[in-house]
Each structure stands twice: as structure tokens, then as C-alpha cells.
Design a binder for this molecule. Structure first.
Ligand code: SAM
Ligand code: SF4
Length: 308
């Protein structure tokens, strides 16, 4: 079993399928971002083999991410093969631009939990933040997923003076559209570090603003949950991922696998271990000792490269 000295059990893996993306969210990557050569990607069989070994050691959940995971050409093959492992949960984080192409495949393989990034409910602001003109497509794909019975959580990174004025519209969106909205604090990762302190808005400040308009009732979350959660009077579901102001390292149960096969014990750790070059059973044991006990304050690598 994968349990470290702090008693933290590794049950969840984020698997990045590519560092490429069809958006350029300004806190994540610049417009002229360069990407890794596709020849470096782990093959679908290599990904499945690592997940299968980790499952034997107690892994329960895999979330596919990126970059934009739906840009990986072998996405259908990867989903089919991972679904055959019968994990407790297989889920996806996506910007939803290509989601309509894959909803049937995801449903067939019981990938029912979708996290969709959406930082603005205003088409112009969406364009400013993402450098992409895909707002209508994203909204219609979210609605299509909800109508097909998927559980959809929106991830909105809240930034002062950029989209924090939309916070109550997001709460209303949750009430109206049967999606949970999770507000993320902007983390000091990669490109976000340049103006993180000027645009940072804490979860507690957001909650205070929301409470001027909505009544919030706290609900309990699992111990290793990254979010703390509330419901509104009208059934809206909202959560807060306060990674900066209220880090959750003490109960973290996650490892991350990058598209080129670097396994990391923490999003904020630059160092990882290359699963292609050494005996993997040794790597898994070594990685257990690499999970920090306290929050590392910042990291230069970018979120799309590690897998958000
Ligand atoms: N492209 C997919 C998407 O956007 O959902 C998956 C990858 S993206 C890196 C995963 C999540 O990380 C997104 O919700 C994004 O907003 C979030 N993210 C990226 N950089 C971040 C940062 N510096 N702080 C907080 N969240 C960040
Ligand atoms: Fe792409 Fe997701 Fe990064 Fe935005 S946050 S640029 S959608 S990887």
C-alpha cells in the first residue's frame, strides 16, 4: 500500500495526457507557448500499465487532465483501456471545447464526473482571460453534458479586478443549471506568479461577498477533499479550493503523472521521477518519501505541463 510516513494514503492520480491546449488562459500559458514533442508522450499502454500497478497498491481514482486532455489523439483508446481497469472512479478535467465529440464515449465508459474550467460567464471576459472565442461552445457543451446525466463541476479561478465581480452570477448559474461551481484561488505556479499577489482573492473574501446576496449552508466533505462546500437556499452547490490561504497538504492523497512520464508527489514539487528509466516498484516507494509535509510557496513549472 502507498502510505507515507505522515500516514497519507495515495488513492488518487491525475494523469496529464498532453501539455497542449486550444486555449491560452493568461495565468496558465502565454500565447506563444511551445509544447513537448509528441514522441515523448507515454503510450496508452504505458499509462494503463502504471495505473494498473498503482491500483494493486491502493489507487482508487484517476482524473485525466492536461493541458487539454481532449486534444490527445488517442484519448478514446486511453479512456477505453483505463475504464477496463474498473477503478472506483475515472474522471476528466477539460475546458469543454471538444466535449460534445466525446460525451457518448465517456458515458459508455462510465466517466460520469466532469470538471469544466470556466472563468467567466461573460463572452467578452471569457475571451480576454482565455484568448479564445469559444464561450458559446463551452456553455452549450456544459448543458449537453448535464442533460445527458453527467455530474458537472465548474472550476472558476477567481481574480481581483478580472472576474471577481462575476462571483454571484456563478452562484446563480449553479442554482439555474444544476452544476456545482468551485471557486479556485489563484496559485503561484508558472506564469501566474508574475501578478499573483495583485490579483489574488481569498476564498474567505469571496464567501463574505456571496453571503451579502445568498444564504450559505456548509456541508461536510471527505477529509482528503480539496474543497470546502456549501449549498444555497435554492439548491445551488458551491465549493472553494483555497490552496493558497488554507492549504490541504496534511490530508493530500494525490500523485501526478505528466504526459512524458514524470511521476510527481506534489503539484508544487519540481522534482519528479521518470517512470520510463527505472524499476517502477522502486520509483513508487521512493516517491512516497518525496511528498512535502508543508505547502511549498511557489513553483516555476507551468500547470499545463504537470497536469492540473
Ligand atoms: N485544460 C483543462 C482545463 O482547463 O480544465 C485541464 C488542465 S487545467 C491546467 C486544470 C485546472 O487548473 C483549470 O481549472 C485551471 O483553471 C486551473 N489552473 C491553472 N493554473 C492555475 C493557477 N495558477 N492557479 C489556480 N488554478 C489554476
Ligand atoms: Fe488550457 Fe486549461 Fe491551461 Fe486554460 S487552464 S490554458 S484551458 S490547460
Amino acid at each position: 500500500m502507498l502510505i507515507d510516513k505522515e500516514g497519507r494514503k495515495i488513492t488518487k492520480l491525475r494523469v496529464s495526457l498532453t501539455d497542449k491546449c486550444n486555449l491560452r488562459c493568461h495565468y496558465c500559458m502565454p500565447v506563444d507557448q511551445t509544447f513537448m514533442d509528441e514522441s515523448k508522450y507515454l503510450s496508452p499502454d504505458e499509462i494503463v500499465s502504471v495505473v494498473s500497478e498503482l491500483k494493486e497498491l491502493g489507487l482508487q481514482e484517476v482524473r485525466l487532465t492536461g493541458g487539454e486532455p481532449l486534444m490527445r489523439k488517442s484519448f478514446p483508446e486511453i479512456v477505453e483501456k483505463l475504464a477496463a481497469l474498473n477503478l472506483k472512479k475515472l474522471s476528466l478535467t477539460t475546458n469543454a471545447i471538444f466535449l460534445d465529440r466525446y460525451l457518448a464515449l465517456l458515458k459508455d465508459h462510465r466517466v460520469f464526473h466532469l470538471n469544466v474550467s470556466l472563468d467567466s460567464l461573460d463572452p467578452e471576459n471569457f475571451k480576454k482571460i482565455t484568448h479564445g472565442n469559444h464561450f458559446e461552445k463551452v456553455i452549450s457543451n456544459i448543458r449537453a453534458a448535464v442533460s445527458m446525466g453527467f455530474s458537472v463541476k465548474l472550476n472558476a479561478v477567481m481574480m481581483k479586478g478580472i472576474n471577481d465581480h462575476e462571483v454571484n452570477q456563478f452562484v446563480k448559474f449553479s442554482e439555474d443549471e444544476s452544476v456545482e461551481v468551485r471557486f479556485l484561488e489563484l496559485m503561484k505556479i508558472g506564469y501566474a506568479r508574475s501578478n499573483q499577489s495583485e490579483t489574488f482573492v481569498s476564498a474567505r473574501d469571496l464567501i463574505r461577498n456571496i453571503q451579502n446576496e445568498f444564504q450559505l449552508k456548509a456541508i461536510t466533505s471527505p477529509l482528503d477533499s480539496t474543497s470546502f462546500n456549501f449549498v444555497t437556499e435554492n439548491g445551488g452547490q458551491i465549493g472553494f479550493i483555497a490552496s493558497e490561504s488554507e492549504p490541504f497538504c496534511g490530508h493530500c492523497s494525490r500523485w501526478r503523472l505528466s504526459a512524458d512520464g514524470i511521476l510527481r508527489a506534489c503539484l508544487f514539487k519540481d522534482e519528479g521521477l521518470d517512470i520510463k528509466v527505472r524499476d517502477r516498484s522502486v520509483i513508487y516507494q521512493e516517491l512516497l518519501g518525496m511528498k512535502p509535509t508543508h505547502r511549498i510557496s511557489e513553483v516555476s513549472h507551468t500547470m499545463n505541463a504537470i497536469g492540473g
